[in-house]
Design a protein around this ligand. Structure first.
Ligand code: CA
Length: 225
């Protein structure tokens, strides 16, 4: 799950970034509305956390612009304001939920889980399956023929991405964009290393699918025939 945080208060931003990374999210941070807009249109996120009061473009205006652009990514707005009219204004521009500062991190996590649980399209499902493999994105649990396998956060995100695009060739760049944050160098061999970790853990359970290397292109998850 990849999250964009747009928050100008550096302390708050790094607190959220750290906390969400510990929970297994892939996190990018933008510090003003315009940078937030750039990130939101160039990357695919599962959820956006927007502070209301931001330099250059407010969180509410940013949310409005994202909706006008046709994106349905869930948006959670953080606000120090708790007046009811403000909430109504925010909901009018297409925000999905609110959190009034100060809030507890557990509450934020609960709200995010609730937002992610709302299925929007098939690609946004919260339970992914392939043959005997079931990945529950909310419980962050993977089973193969009912037996749980333990994956690191990166392995989990990588497998999630391959599962969402079963049968399609995923380029290393596409994988890097979805599973790693903006500071990742797609030219490094990290992706290959993680693919091999994943293959090893999966093959021990004899699943009925495999991760193929498509020479010069990337990787593809396919069912064994
Ligand atoms: Ca702010």
């Amino acid at each position: 799950m990849r999250v964009l945080i747009v928050e100008d208060e550096k302390k708050m931003a790094s607190f959220l970034e750290r906390g969400l990374k510990e929970e297994g999210y892939v996190v990018d941070v933008a510090y003003d509305g315009e940078q937030g807009w750039e990130y939101a249109v160039t990357n695919e996120y599962d959820v956006l956390i927007l502070d209301w009061m931001l330099p250059k473009m407010s969180g509410v205006d940013l949310c409005k612009r994202i909706r006008e652009d046709g994106k349905s990514t869930p948006v959670l707005i953080l606000t120090a304001k708790d007046a009811i009219e403000d909430k109504i204004q925010g909901l009018d521009v297409g925000a999905d939920d609110y959190l009034t500062k100060p809030f507890s991190f557990d509450e934020l996590l609960a709200r995010l889980r609730a937002l992610l649980r709302r299925p929007r399209t098939l690609k946004d499902k919260t339970v992914l399956e392939c043959g005997g493999l079931v990945m529950d994105l909310i419980k962050r649990k993977v089973t193969i023929f009912g037996e749980e396998i333990t994956l690191s956060q990166k392995e989990f995100s990588l497998l999630e991405h391959l599962l969402r695009h079963q049968g399609e060739v995923m380029s290393r760049t596409a994988i890097a964009e979805r599973v790693w944050d903006l500071h990742f160098d797609p030219a490094s061999n990290t992706i290959d290393v993680f693919i091999n970790f994943l293959r090893k853990k999966i093959s021990e359970k004899n699943p009925d699918f495999r991760i193929e290397t498509v020479r010069g292109s990337g990787y593809r998850l396919v069912k064994n025939s």
